[in-house]
Design a protein around this ligand. Structure first.
Ligand code: F6P
Length: 751
């Protein structure tokens, strides 16, 4: 049943009638019982009143009347008693002799009454005699002359007015009860309606998980308070049981992800927004080539998009990007066999400088990484950041087919985007994933636009980080700088009418790897790579794969190599460390000087430890396509990931995935998200050069059986916790939030 325009619900009317009808019956019964009670009461009051009046009249008449009766002055007696009856209520007066004979009587003296009439009613304390014309009140008092009884005086009061008044009173009582009934009913209906609304709000909020998995949008009404705790526990248990069941029973792969989308998010369109595009078209002398960027984000999200189809919106940064899109700026990708759409957004050099290089990479990037590089915040960069976020938001709105798409917002380039999209598409499910760490509140607090950034992010339905620690930092930061309601227990934030679930979703890579079953055996690749590097066939290889970024701990790694060679001179000329370093953000001074430092360090170490043309460090500071990188993974004895701070670091997982021979050792920084999952790696503090050097050495001399055990266990972890599970968990959570919201909306519309 519908709600009328004023929002009044007929359900609350029905509900109210259930109270009103019994209430009306109870009131009628009360009135039925109260009227006779009231009648009796008023009769007693009036009769007592008449008793007193009669006493007064008889004592007034006593003396003159006794005197006249004694003298036998009949005429004067009649005049006296007639005058006495002029009192409107005194109906009649009679005088009896000692033999109870009526001697004198006023004109209206009722014939039915005799001098002994009152004796029949002597026991009636009300002195009432009922006559055909109505009830009368009869009081007889002795008439004495000089102390001797000479008869009696009868005073008869008309009591019909009492009946009249009683009837009036009855009428008023009934009116009173009716009015009372109506007023109570109205109040009941109103209260029931308001309570129903409040209750429904509460239930709706609970269905959305507010106050249960997150705080209430409005505090639960008093009646609901006792229920909230129960509901909270119940829903949380159900939630975790369901999640656990999903996690355990589902083998996460592209098919499972597709099935989830079809089943749980039927008809919902998936849009991804990131700065970096998954395929970059570049013009070269040989023509247009397609480039796969060195990006953890792209590595993770691309297989998800292939599974889900939909549209990926990203900055078109390649020199041939414009010539490869259609008139809607879209191009089907992967280029060889398109599975989803890439929608490109164009930026001028100035825009890219302000939004990407400036605010995102000189401000937010160092702000979020503890790599001891000072963040730079410029108002002009902030302006660009806002404008470009708006541009991407416009693109999302244009690309959306309906009003409730699922939008996956990627990374720190788009902190403002969730709120911007939310404003235009209030029903959208916005899942924001922050690919880099989130700092503590003090560190984040130096950003001049911290409140705006937080508010922007809180437009998200779900906000994902790699680790529970980053979630905790985010909750604390929000708590510090915004007026929000936070439920730490369930990791939820309520702010400005929007509810955001903050969860950790450790990102991963696709499994099985794309190349599975298509590559030559590891031993063969190893021979080929060593030959390409002009190294002997039994040479030991260490490997690093990173963007040339100061957060990756490349110098620290090189220093560990140096230290290891110092401590184990027998490995000089027997070991080389290959560093694949993809140029990154080279327009920034910080990155230029970092690159210079890395080159200088390589040169210095090589000068010390290169022998017979065998370098200690081989720096390959150029772009490598994923298949090339994969060959190096397979050929190396040890892979070193020594980030000073890293959200996850997918190189660690890629290395593990590449080693289907179950050999190879991973040296992994304790400051990466991956260290939370890959426990069988050799975990190091990259700031501790000796410790890292020792781990490298241990890796190089580790027996094969131990390598196998460690690698097998890590592979099982990456296999189970692959990128489809990462995306699947977020989409499942999103689906649940949507279902909960739809259900809550439906409950509100029920009759
Ligand atoms: O770590 C954050 C991140 O966005 C990664 O996802 C990715 O590896 C890297 O930065 C890419 O940086 P950029 O897009 O600036 O080259």
């Amino acid at each position: 049943m519908k709600q009328n325009r004023s929002g009044f619900s007929f359900r609350s009317l029905h509900l109210s009638l259930r109270f009103v009808l019994p209430l009306a019956c109870a009131l009628a019964l009360l009135a039925y019982a109260a009227v006779p009670l009231f009648d009796g009461l008023t009769l007693r009051w009036f009769s007592r009143d008449l008793d007193m009046r009669s006493q007064l009249i008889s004592s007034t008449l006593q003396e003159p009347l006794a005197d006249l009766v004694q003298k036998g002055e009949r005429l004067r007696i009649n005049v006296l008693i007639q005058r006495a009856t002029q009192d409107e209520r005194l109906l009649a007066v009679g005088v009896c002799d000692t033999n109870n004979k009526l001697l004198y009587r006023s004109s209206l003296f009722p014939k039915a009454i005799t001098c002994t009439s009152h004796e029949a009613d002597a026991k009636d304390p009300l002195h009432l005699i009922r006559l055909p014309q109505g009830p009368v009140h009869v009081v007889t008092s002795p008439l004495k002359y000089e102390g001797i009884s000479i008869g009696s005086l009868m005073l008869i009061h008309d009591m019909s007015y009492v009946e009249r008044r009683s009837a009036d009173t009855r009428k008023y009582i009934i009116i009173l009860f009716v009015v009372l009934g109506v007023v109570i009913s109205l109040i009941t209906v109103l209260v029931a309606h308001l309570s129903w609304q409040g209750w429904m709000e509460g239930v709706r909020a609970m269905m959305r998980g507010e106050g249960i998995l997150r705080p209430f949008s409005q505090p639960a009404s008093a009646e609901l308070q006792p229920l909230v705790g129960e509901m909270r526990t119940l829903l949380r248990n159900l939630e975790s049981e369901r999640r656990h069941a999903d996690d355990m029973t589902t083998t996460w792969n592209p098919a499972a992800l597709r099935a989830l989308l079809n089943k749980q998010l039927t008809g919902d369109q998936v849009l991804v927004v990131s700065n970096r595009e998954p395929y970059i078209h570049i013009r070269t002398d040989q023509g247009v080539i397609v480039h796969r960027p060195a990006s953890g984000l792209v590595t993770a999200v691309e297989p998800v998009m292939r599974a889900c189809s939909g549209t990926w919106i990203a900055h078109g940064s390649g020199s041939a990007d414009r010539e490869t899109v259609n008139r809607h700026d879209r191009v089907g990708v992967p280029p060889a066999k398109p599975e989803y759409n890439l929608r490109r957004i164009w930026l001028t050099k100035e825009e890219e400088q302000g939004y990407y290089y400036g605010f995102a990479n000189e401000g937010l990037w160092p702000l979020c990484h503890n790599a001891h590089v000072r963040p730079i915040f410029r108002s002009s960069d902030w302006e660009w950041y806002q404008k470009i976020n708006q541009r991407f938001s416009d693109a999302v709105v244009r690309e959306a087919h309906g009003d409730d798409p699922v939008v996956l917002v990627q990374d720190y380039h788009f902190a403002l985007l969730p709120a911007m999209i939310r404003e235009r598409l209030p029903k959208a499910t916005i899942i924001t994933f922050w690919h880099i760490p989130w700092p503590n509140p003090e560190s984040f607090g130096i950003c001049p636009w911290r409140e705006e950034l937080l508010q922007g992010m809180l437009g998200s339905t779900i906000l994902g980080f790699h680790t529970p620690f980053h979630c905790k930092n985010f909750l604390e930061t929000t708590d510090r700088y915004l007026e929000t309601r936070i439920e730490h227990e369930s990791s939820t934030i309520f702010h400005g009418g929007q509810l955001t679930m903050v969860e950790d979703y450790p990102i991963s890579i696709q499994w099985p790897p794309a190349w599975q079953g298509t590559l030559p055996p590891v031993a063969q690749t190893r021979v080929e790579i060593l030959a390409e590097l002009n190294l002997p066939a039994d040479h030991l290889l260490g490997l690093g794969v990173d963007r040339l970024d100061y957060t990756k701990g490349i110098p620290e790694r090189f220093m560990a190599v140096e230290r290891m060679l110092e401590q184990h001179p027998e490995l000089v000329r027997r070991f080389s460390f290959v560093q694949i370093a993809a140029p990154s953000r080279s327009a920034l001074e910080e990155y230029q000087s970092f690159e210079t430092r890395v080159h200088a360090l390589t040169e210095r170490i090589n000068q010390r430890f290169s022998r017979d043309g065998v370098p200690a460090i081989i720096l390959k500071a150029e772009h490598h396509e994923p298949d090339q990188v994969n060959r190096y993974y397979r050929a190396s004895n040890v892979c070193m990931v020594t980030s000073l701070h890293d959200g996850m670091n997918l190189v660690a997982k890629e290395y593990v995935a590449a080693r289907d021979d179950e050999q190879g050792v991973l040296v992994l920084s304790q400051f990466t998200g991956a260290a939370n999952e890959l426990h069988e790696a050799l975990i190091v503090n990259p700031y501790h050069v000796e410790q890292t050097a020792e781990a490298l050495y241990q890796g190089l001399v580790m027996p094969e059986y131990e390598q196998q055990e460690r690698m097998r266990s890590m592979r099982a972890q990456v296999k189970d916790f692959n990128v489809y599970r990462w995306a699947g968990r977020m989409l499942l959570d999103a689906a649940r939030v949507r279902q909960r919201e739809r259900l809550a909306a439906r409950i509100g519309k029920l009759p």
